[in-house]
Design a protein around this ligand. Sequence first.
Ligand SMILES: [Zn+2]
Length: 168
Amino acid sequence: MRPTIGITPDALTSIRAIITGSDSTLETGGALFGHEHALLVTSASGPGPNAVHQSGYFLRDLEHTQLAADRAHKVDRSQWIGEWHTHPSGPPEPSPLDLNTYVSHLVDPELRFERFIALIGSLNPWPHLSAWVLVHSQDRIELHRAALTLAANDRCTRDEMTPDQDTE
Ligand SMILES: [Zn+2]
């Protein structure tokens, strides 16, 4: 079954604003915060001033991300649950390098992830965000293409999400 990721309008709006305001030939991105078990993204951070942007590579600003994580946690106990970034020319799916990064988070025992969310923005056709979930079960990790659904800004559980509003 295709998993569904909920995203609040606030989070979606900030991702879109960052992408539209960026150099479209370079990758940009940030971290996703929310609730892992509900697969709900409540906010998204931007790249930060010290991020590395290249045409096929992106590394977010760690300090900037930590501040965003603290803010998100204060609001509604949101946790770091994933990453978003753009592929200016490549396909809207995780590259081998992206997958390596995501898997390294999933197998890190200190992070205790069971699932990790990845959103990839592609500029052609624009706007398009593809959604992915990596699931760590027993000794294997599976990659699932997910559906992306708008959730209300003030709701925190999956049961209360607005159904079937595809944002792709
Ligand atoms: Zn990538």
